[in-house]
Design a protein around this ligand. Sequence first.
Ligand SMILES: Nc1ncnc2c1ncn2[C@@H]1O[C@H](COP(=O)(O)OP(=O)(O)OP(=O)(O)O)[C@@H](O)[C@H]1O
Ligand SMILES: [Mg+2]
Length: 426
Amino acid sequence: MDYKAIVFIELGGESVPAGRIQISEDGNHTRSIFGYGRGYLERADAVAIDPVQMPLTSEVIRTPEDFALFNGIRDAAPDAWGRSLIDKYVLRKLNRPANEAEFLLASQSGTRIGALRFGANPTRPGQALSFTLPDFSPSLGDLAQFQELVDQVGRDERPEEHLMDFVSPGSDLGGARPKGTVLVDGFPWLVKFGKEGDRVSMARTEAGCLDLCEMAGLPTCERDVTTIGGRDALLLKRFDRSQDDEGRVRRRHMVSSLTLLGAHELDRSASGYADIYDALRRYGAAPAGEEVYRRMVMNVLCGNTDDHYRNHAFLLGEDGRYEPSPVYDVTPSLQVSSSRAMFLHLGRAGAGREARLEAAVDGAESLGLQRAEAVTIANELSRMVAANWRSVMQARGCSAHDIEMIENSFSEAGRTVEPEPKDPGL
Ligand SMILES: Nc1ncnc2c1ncn2[C@@H]1O[C@H](COP(=O)(O)OP(=O)(O)OP(=O)(O)O)[C@@H](O)[C@H]1O
Ligand SMILES: [Mg+2]
């Protein structure tokens, strides 16, 4: 079956039609073709939705082998959590599982990540499938009901009909943990819900890690922890949105590192922080070596081994160049062992993934840093995290049990690296 939709991108506060996508589902494979519209290509402010797989061209573009969607389009689609919600909805309404095209197009609410929207015709974004999810924007007062839906889905139950309104604001965001968008004084915030069976307060430990990242000089978004029905949730102000002088909410185009790397999400072996740095040298606004390095070191120090491609994102600036988004999804791993592997290589592919301060320093050269500079930053951050992580977590309301559970994740904090590499004695 073929699904056709107009792809809109917000430019200068307006959603403008950029082109047409056709997604073909044959039951086994999904692939897509896309063409930019002539009118769009003639615009002086036209930007590529994906600079690698969808450069601005008048030719029809096809997804490379093994890609169901172009990376830049896929970034606007949900991951595991959103997909499970859409699946529940389609199963209930149409009595069958949802497919890739439906995961992308089901929500018309405009809260999806970044500046893309979809629709059936070029006039305005809207319904792009034969069905659409109910367009509903919850506010803080609705969080208890939203949490009910999360719990029912978490237990793999059929959600109650009166909770189906929450499918849309929960289903168009990435990531695996339950989440949704809520309006706070008319501005969208992302809410990450607690799950039954969480071993620690994920909301409080994640907020604490973001506090430490901010202390490390990294950009972070405004955040807060709230409690819904006895369970903690993390509120994160959406950084892909801004407010203009008249108070209207504007969307900003955002892509994951997969898009800038032109990589497939299952391609686990290929890339490391150095490849992200290289991609930023190509598409980025300003030299970002030190910032990428600080992010890498903070992931090591907080024991965040879940530093995968979709946990690095880039926002498009008005000059058509990308800049790293504020840091997000930094969480301590709850492993017992103090030997840990990161998802990304600490340096160029093949540089190793061991979550050690030394490995980070060794990888720094591939991010354009001198060793001496890298050692100074690593040691400074290591001492800072060691001196502060407990009090930061306590200030976020973590319990003694939470702190005990995450202690091992911070095992690198306080360690320091010698300015010169140790003579291996050979
Ligand atoms: N403050 C924010 N503003 C805008 N978008 C955000 C914000 N925080 C996260 N995102 C986007 O939402 C997605 C999901 O968030 P996040 O990575 O925190 O969720 P998660 O479920 O913990 O992810 P994972 O599956 O990696 O564990 C991110 O990949 C990013 O695209
Ligand atoms: Mg994530």
